[in-house]
Design a protein around this ligand. Structure first.
Ligand code: NOJ
Length: 558
């Protein structure tokens, strides 16, 4: 597969690090940049090409750092700017690229711009950097429109003016501590170009752009009285959303594309855009815009062969149409980890998350399917994103006590109300160490469940059949066979199976109740589960190559 801006990202496997929960060097129970730097050799050993760091900038941490108060500095929780610089250098020395998070839709309410906006009168240039409006109702007591925050409740908060009276309202698509910026303003655009340059000049290799579909809002901020779907779908039965996927966002990315194009070695951008259908998403990766966009339709697809095949086809076709490489992802810090998703009944509303006292996944079933799904994802052409801990087969912490939960989404019953905390728990490195090796003091900002000892990295490294070794083997084979730069050709093997060839490998997943044989002439080289003599068992995946001697005898070795 060739792409228009072919680069290291085209077939890269990127490992997402959530800094709060990766490795704590100073014992405060919060992960930090020196902790990450110290573990970079472990990341490189897994066989990935790059890391993406969720935000580590100065922030009141209302939304895990996605509420930025200073885009050009590191929060003291995580270290210093010098620590960030060291991290980038050490990553490069270990052969890893570094992608940082950019949060342009909103700032923190502690950002100097917002502090100034609150202190300034209505109609001032300070307020114009955000989306301030007068309220509706005879005294302005009603929000300016009916938009709802992603975290629940109105997307507007009313401020108190200098004279002590209730005044204007400001827009926040997320928490009230995350005011949306006014991207109609040249000053906002110039500021973010400068922020891009700040990090590019420090050697980062790319940006993951947060809420990339949200920056521009429809003229007049019209009401939208419909129920929200997971993906902002364009062209469905409901009218298009007035706050997502507006045409105007693309001009911003065209400008950023030009900024990145001025840097060598080549830098990239990936859109976090919950947008569908796939051709709509592909607009973010047109030749003069971003390089990648997360395919969340793939992530939300249930464990079903027909649906998975269809979503892969839709993604491949849409991205091919704009000559961009597809990107695949199964887990991140916003969703229930995939081993737990696949362990829940198909009719469970998984977007709501898991809760203490609520229904919990079938852990063994979920892990079995997750391992198979990973072999599917890593065999697809394009690039793949992994989320820290998935290489351990880590399930969600589904029973965090209510009073310990931190996600602002928990408060108001919005799309993410079920808690995203369960995916953000500090990961286990060593089964017998305090906090499972996450922190030398044994502290951990979210509790780790006792069952995680069994998933600790030191229980899996070098252990045949462990999830860690499965990932490592898959990543190595993916590299040698250059699967990320291959082409997918479906094969019809059995109705309850998915099978395709990519380069010289055959990939087969079995979703049915009884084993499925590999086609004649193929032998397995990697499997997500023990293979039975009868073939690939239920909820398992196999990578196979053309058999050498065994084909002659007509026997498929397992
Ligand atoms: C997407 C991020 O991944 C999520 O964690 C955050 O809450 C929202 N964007 C708002 O920044």
């Amino acid at each position: 597969m060739t792409t228009r801006r072919d680069g290291w990202w085209t077939d890269a496997v990127v490992y997402q690090i959530y800094p709060r929960s990766f490795a704590d060097s100073d014992g405060d129970g919060m992960g930090d940049l020196p902790g990450i730097t110290a573990q970079l050799p472990a990341v490189a050993e897994l066989g990935v090409d790059a890391v993406w760091l969720s935000p580590f900038y100065r922030s009141p941490q209302d939304d895990g750092g996605y509420d930025v108060a200073d885009y050009r500095d590191v929060d003291p929780l995580f270290g210093t700017l010098a620590d960030a610089q060291r991290l980038v250098e050490q990553a490069h020395a270990a052969g890893l690229k570094v992608i940082v998070d950019l949060v342009p839709n909103h700032t923190s309410d502690a950002h100097p711009w917002f502090v100034a906006a609150l202190a300034a009168p209505p109609g001032s240039p300070e307020r114009d950097r955000y989306v301030f409006r007068d309220g509706r109702g005879s005294h302005g007591e009603l929000p300016p429109n009916d938009w709802v925050s992603e975290f629940g409740g109105p997307a507007w908060t009313r401020v108190t003016e200098a004279d002590g009276r209730p005044g204007q309202w400001y827009l926040h698509l997320f928490s009230r501590r995350q005011p949306d910026l006014n991207w109609g303003l040249a000053e906002v655009r110039a500021e973010f170009v400068d922020i891009l340059r700040f990090w590019l000049d420090r050697g980062v290799d790319g940006f993951r752009v947060d809420v990339a579909h949200g920056l521009v809002k429809a003229e007049g901020l019209p009401d939208w009285p419909y129920e929200r779907d997971r993906l902002a779908m364009y062209g469905g039965p409901k009218p298009p959303l007035p706050f997502y996927d507006q045409d105007g966002v693309h001009d911003i990315y065209r400008e950023w594309h030009r900024v990145l194009a001025g840097y060598q070695p080549a830098r990239m951008m990936i859109a976090e855009a919950y947008v569908g259908p796939a051709p709509r998403l592909a607009r973010y990766v047109r030749a003069d815009e971003m390089d990648q966009a997360f395919n969340f339709e793939f992530l939300v697809t249930p464990w079903d062969p027909a649906e998975l095949r269809a979503v892969v086809d839709r993604g491949l076709a849409a991205f091919r149409d704009v000559a961009a490489a597809p990107t695949w992802v199964l887990s991140n810090h916003d969703v229930v980890r995939h081993p737990s998703r696949y362990g829940m009944p198909a009719d469970y509303p998984i977007a709501r998350g898991l809760r203490a006292g609520g229904q919990q996944p079938d852990e063994a079933l979920g892990l079995r399917r997750a391992r198979a799904a990973t072999l599917l994802m890593l065999a697809l052409p394009g690039s793949a994103y992994l989320y820290q801990g998935e290489e351990l087969g880590l399930p969600e912490h589904g029973t965090i006590p209510e009073e310990l939960r931190q996600d602002p989404a928990r408060l108001r019953g919005g799309t993410h109300a079920g808690t995203r905390d369960g995916a953000r728990v500090p990961i286990p490195w060593a089964a017998r160490s305090p906090a499972y090796g996450f922190s030398p003091s044994g502290r951990s900002w979210l509790p780790q469940p006792p069952s995680w000892a069994a998933y600790a990295r030191d229980r899996q490294v070098g252990v045949a059949g462990s999830t860690y070794e499965l990932y490592r083997a898959a990543l190595a084979l993916r590299r040698t066979h250059r699967l990320g730069r291959g082409e997918l050709r479906w094969r019809e093997v059995a109705p309850c199976a998915l099978a395709f060839e990519n380069r010289d490998l055959l990939v087969l997943l079995n979703f049915g109740p009884s084993p499925v044989r590999l086609p004649e002439g193929w032998e397995p080289i990697l499997a997500s589960a023990d293979l039975a003599a009868a073939g690939v068992p239920t909820d398992a995946a196999v990578w196979a190559r053309r058999a050498r001697r065994s084909a002659v005898a007509g026997v498929v070795p397992v």
